[in-house]
Design a protein around this ligand. Structure first.
Ligand code: NAD
Length: 493
């Protein structure tokens, strides 16, 4: 039988004990059928370890543990500052374990340590932010005349099912857990099958932080055999999902056909990044790099469609190519690496296929366009020019280090182009003219607009999509609305 802990030595010499079990009711357990699956490090293609795979009976056990914690303990009803204290402690522990967590993320996901450290910092900051919210949930007293007292309370929903992707394994776990736990809910969280390791490590920190058994259950498994069971489960009252639009649509159907679970979705994108003639060209080029090559382009809000005004097109392209030439792609554990590997063979193949599609569609390959080396899933930063709006590489999410660049003339024209998408997650714009910045921000159809910056997050600022990019918001005060329900109480005097 496979052990519940394996000792791992990371390529940078850091050593740690990796849990492999299912985290149910505060303990790591083997799955009921004893099934495991292998975890591959995408930068070396070597097997790291195996983890236990949750199937239906394991999901049921996790949901039962969560329901028990919700119904039969004080978790949801106690002074909420106790929950805040657990989250504060968790934030501190994440910081104390930052180097191990960052290393696990680079090993499991392939992202550079530079990116992993950023994720860990955002993760602890977010837990701390949620801790501060725990004892600030309030209702209203509504004046309905002196014969009644009418007021509202915000109450937790109960057992949540949370399904997360592989591009930001630890950070997405924190975006899901933070508001859910601050508001007194309990959860069964499923990690993505290609990146289960950092969330399993987090489980030990959850115990140390004082979260009672059953409040958080974290399980590894696949979409169809684990995720689907969560989505259909009659005791799960809310689903929070991040991933592809196709799977999001499926999950919403499952929620509808089971017990009308509340659903929040954070889905795909094809976000425009607009550079106007009056932009600071050097800064814009840097933000274009951050926009599309950060995290190897595996970012839902990646600035994957660049629109550049004609007056600076040639100069900007030179700057952009120069910045790409200075960008180190390779070993995620090399301190100077910016772009690590893609996360899986599947994702590598998808991206290479899109590069082929772009060439066949007649786009001009300006730079990149191929895999690097034969081991590890590395792809050269890639720019396509001479594109038009009907090309698949302009319309579809590639989720890799591939960007298109299009020339435009007027503000009205670029707004039309930018908004011509089924998605609406984010948009970027670069200008030194404040009036233009505000006007264009107002007219872009996107849940986030970045001005003279890109992929720039803060715990207090909500994030989520317009159109087919999602439903609901994460982070900011808005996230807490998605984890509470309003009760109105009306007392006749
Ligand atoms: P996916 O949406 O299928 O997977 C995300 C999560 O959903 C994983 O945990 C997976 O196990 C789970 N899942 C899959 N099928 C499920 C089902 N039937 N029921 C319940 N859960 C299920 O994404 P993918 O196939 O790994 O990647 C496909 C594309 O999705 C990528 O190329 C990218 O374009 C997009 N993507 C977007 C994000 C994002 O942050 N918005 C993240 C990952 C992938």
């Amino acid at each position: 039988e496979y052990p519940l802990t394996v000792h791992i030595k990371l390529p940078n010499g850091v050593e740690y004990d990796q849990p492999t079990g299912l985290f149910i009711n505060g303990e790591f357990t083997k799955s009921k059928q004893g099934k495991t699956f292998e975890v591959v490090s995408p930068s070396t293609e070597e097997i790291v370890c195996s983890v236990y795979e949750a199937l239906e009976e394991d999901v049921n056990a996790a949901v039962d543990a969560a329901e028990n914690a919700f119904k039969n303990t004080e978790w949801a009803t106690q002074d909420p500052s106790v929950r805040g204290r657990c989250l504060l402690k968790l934030a501190d522990l994440v910081e104390q374990h930052a180097e191990v967590l960052a290393g696990i993320e680079s090993l499991d996901n392939g992202k550079s340590l530079f990116c992993s450290r950023g994720d860990v910092a955002l993760c602890s900051a977010y837990f701390r932010s949620c801790a501060g919210y725990a004892d600030k949930v309030d209702g209203r007293i509504i004046d309905t005349g002196s014969n009644h007292l009418s007021y509202t309370r915000r109450e937790p929903i109960g057992v949540c099912g949370q399904i997360i992707p592989w591009n930001f394994p630890l950070l997405m776990a924190s975006w899901k857990l933070g508001p859910c736990l601050a508001t007194g809910n309990v959860t069964v969280l499923k990690t993505a099958e290609s990146t289960p390791l950092s969330a399993l490590y987090l489980c030990n920190l959850l115990n140390e932080a004082g979260f009672p058994p059953g409040v958080v259950n974290i399980i590894s498994g696949f979409g169809k055999t684990t995720g689907d069971v969560i989505a259909l489960h009659p005791k799960v009252r809310k689903l929070a999902f991040t991933g592809s639009t196709a799977t999001g649509r499926h999950i919403m159907k499952r929620a509808a056909e089971s017990n009308l679970k509340k659903v929040t979705l954070e889905l795909g994108g094809k976000s425009p990044n607009i550079i106007f003639n009056d932009a600071d060209i050097a800064k814009a080029a840097q933000n274009m790099i951050i926009g599309i090559f950060y995290n190897s382009g595996e970012v839902c809000c990646a600035g994957s469609r660049i629109y550049c005004q004609s007056g600076i097109y040639d100069e900007l392209l030179v700057e952009f190519k120069k910045a790409i030439a200075n960008l180190k792609v390779g070993d995620p554990f090399d301190e100077t690496t910016f772009q690590g590997s893609q996360t899986s063979q599947l994702q590598l193949d998808r991206i290479l296929n899109y590069i082929d599609v772009g060439k066949k569609e007649g786009a001009q390959l300006i730079t990149g366009g191929e895999r690097i080396g034969g081991k590890g899933y590395f792809i050269k930063p890639t720019i396509f020019g001479n594109v038009h709006e009907e090309m698949r590489i302009v319309k579809e999410e590639i989720f890799g280090p591939v960007v298109t660049i299009t020339k435009f003339e007027t503000v009205d024209e670029v707004i039309e182009l930018a908004n011509n998408s089924e998605y609406g997650l984010a948009a970027g714009l670069h200008t030194e003219d404040i009036n233009k910045a505000i006007d264009v921000s107002n007219r872009l159809k996107a849940g986030t607009v970045w001005v003279n910056t890109y992929n720039d997050f803060h715990s207090s600022v909500p994030f989520g999509g317009y159109a087919q990019s999602g439903i609901g918001r994460e982070m900011g005060i808005e996230a807490f609305d998605n984890y509470t329900q309003v009760k109105a109480v009306r007392i006749k005097i």
